[in-house]
Design a protein around this ligand. Structure first.
Ligand SMILES: NC(=O)c1ccc[n+]([C@@H]2O[C@H](COP(=O)([O-])OP(=O)(O)OC[C@H]3O[C@@H](n4cnc5c(N)ncnc54)[C@H](OP(=O)(O)O)[C@@H]3O)[C@@H](O)[C@H]2O)c1
Length: 378
C-alpha cells in the first residue's frame, strides 16, 4: 500500500504550484488478480479547472487495458485506486470524483488524508457507503502526526492549506547564509554563497511556486534573472519586485528583468508616483495600502504561492509582519565576520515546526514551517 501512495505523491509533486488554487493530487490504479496486486497507471491533477487525478487515472487505465470509454472499469476486474487526498464529493468545475469512482464500480479506495476543508471533510463517505465501496483513509490509522507518509501528504498541499485557512497566498522564504548569519559581503556581493547542488534544489523549489519576490536593492546589486535554469522545465515563475522609491535606480534597461522579462515582471509598491512611472514603462504594477490588500491583488493575478528570495530588508519585513509560512535556510560552511545580515532591526520569537535537516554537499538545509498549518479540524 505504502509503495503506491509514494508513487502517487511523487506524481502529484511534479505539478505542485500549477494546480493552485486547487490542491496538487496524485492517483494510482492497481488491479487485483489471483491474489496479486498489479500496477496499472499513475496520474496527477495538472491545472485548476482541468480533470482531477482520479478521473485522469481511470481514463488512462481504460486506455492501457483497451476498455471502451463508456464501460465501467469495474466490469473488467477488481480495481483499487490510491489517492493522495480524499476524493472530492462536491460539484466544482468538474463533477465529484467520489461519484466517478462509484460509477466506475471500483471496489476499493485508499487515500492518505481527509479533505482539509472542514465543510467537505469526510464528504465522500456517504457516496462510498451507498455503493458498498471499501474505503481506507491512512490518516485514521496513524496516531503519530510525525509519520513520514502522512507528513508528505500534508506538505504536498501546504500551499492549498494556507490559501484556504488564512485567505492569503503561501509565502516561502529562501535564503543562502554563512554560518555567522550573513547573506552578502560588505560590498553587497552575494553570488554563490552556497554550492551548485543547493542552487539546483532552489531551482526545483522555484518550480513549485507562481512567483519569486525580491526587494529593490537585490535587483540593483544582483541583477537576477529569477528563472529556473538548473533543472528541466517548461515553466517559469513570474517576478515580483518591491519598490517604493527610485533612489539608486536608474536606466531600467540595465536590469535583466526589465529588459528580458518585462511581461512577466510586476512591481509591488505603496507609492502612487512609482506606480505611474512603471505603468508608463509598460511594466505591470500592484499598488497596495496594506498586506491584506496585497494578498487580494495577488490572488486577482492568480499568484497563489510566492518564493521570497531577499534581501535582508525584505526578509525582515516579511517575518516581522507574519507573512512567511515556510522557510528554506541554506547554510554554507563560511564565515564573513561582517556584511549584510540575514535579519536586521526586528525582534522575533519563532520556533520552526515540522523541521527537516538535509546535508547538501558541504551545505546544510534547515526547512520548516512558521505556522501550525497541519492542525486539521476534526
Ligand atoms: N544570500 C541570499 O540569500 C541573498 C538573497 C537576496 C539578496 N541578497 C543580498 O542582499 C543584499 C540586499 O539586501 P537589502 O536588505 O539591502 O535590500 P533588499 O531587501 O533587497 O531591498 C530593500 C529595499 O526594497 C524596497 N522596499 C519596498 N518595499 C519594501 C518593504 N515592504 N520592506 C522593505 N523594503 C522594501 C526599499 O527601497 P525603496 O524604499 O527605496 O524602494 C528597500 O530599501 C544584496 O547584497 C544582495 O546580494 C542575498
Amino acid at each position: 500500500m505504502k509503495k503506491y501512495f509514494q508513487i502517487a505523491l511523487k506524481e502529484a509533486l511534479k505539478y505542485k504550484g500549477r494546480t493552485l488554487p486547487n490542491p496538487a493530487v496524485g492517483a494510482v490504479i492497481t488491479k487485483l488478480e489471483n491474489g496479486k496486486e498489479i500496477f496499472i497507471c499513475k496520474e496527477a491533477h495538472k491545472k485548476a479547472g482541468e480533470k482531477h487525478a482520479e478521473v485522469l487515472a481511470i481514463e488512462k487505465a481504460k486506455k492501457i487495458l483497451n476498455i471502451p470509454k463508456k464501460e465501467p472499469l469495474g466490469k473488467y476486474g477488481n480495481f483499487r485506486i490510491y489517492v493522495t487526498l480524499e476524493p472530492c464529493s462536491t460539484y466544482g468545475k468538474t463533477p465529484p470524483c467520489a461519484l466517478k469512482i462509484s460509477k466506475e464500480k471500483i471496489k476499493e479506495v485508499y487515500f492518505l488524508i481527509w479533505d482539509v476543508n472542514p465543510k467537505n471533510r469526510k464528504g465522500s463517505i456517504s457516496i462510498f457507503e451507498k455503493e458498498n465501496i471499501k474505503y481506507f483513509c491512512y490518516e485514521e490509522y496513524v496516531k503519530n502526526k510525525k509519520d513520514k507518509l502522512l507528513l508528505e501528504a500534508y506538505k504536498l498541499i501546504d500551499d492549498f492549506i494556507v490559501i484556504n485557512k488564512f485567505n492569503k497566498p503561501f509565502f516561502i522564504l529562501k535564503a543562502a547564509l554563512t554560518l555567522d548569519g550573513y547573506i552578502a559581503k560588505k560590498d553587497f556581493s552575494s553570488k554563490w554563497i552556497t554550492s551548485l547542488e543547493s542552487r539546483k534544489l532552489v531551482h526545483k523549489l522555484r518550480k513549485t511556486v507562481n512567483a519569486i519576490l525580491i526587494g529593490k536593492n537585490t535587483l540593483i546589486y544582483d541583477n537576477p534573472k529569477l528563472t529556473i535554469r538548473h533543472v528541466k522545465t517548461d515553466y517559469q515563475p513570474k517576478a515580483l519586485i518591491m519598490i517604493n522609491s527610485l533612489k539608486n535606480l536608474d536606466n531600467f534597461e540595465k536590469y535583466y528583468l526589465f529588459r528580458e522579462r518585462k511581461k512577466e515582471t510586476t512591481i509591488l509598491t505603496q507609492n502612487k508616483e512609482i506606480e505611474k512611472i512603471f505603468l508608463d514603462q509598460n511594466i505591470d504594477v500592484i499598488f497596495y495600502k496594506n498586506k491584506n490588500e496585497l494578498y487580494q491583488k495577488l490572488f486577482e493575478k492568480q499568484i497563489y504561492s510566492i518564493l521570497v528570495e531577499g534581501g535582508s530588508k525584505i526578509f525582515s519585513y516579511f517575518l516581522k509582519e507574519g507573512i512567511i509560512d515556510k522557510v528554506f535556510l541554506f547554510y554554507a560552511p563560511k564565515l564573513f565576520g561582517s556584511g549584510i545580515k540575514f535579519l536586521e532591526g526586528i525582534t522575533l520569537n519563532e520556533k520552526l515546526k515540522y523541521v527537516n535537516y538535509k546535508k547538501i554537499k558541504e551545505d546544510f538545509l534547515v526547512e520548516g514551517y512558521l505556522k501550525e498549518i497541519f492542525e486539521v479540524e476534526k
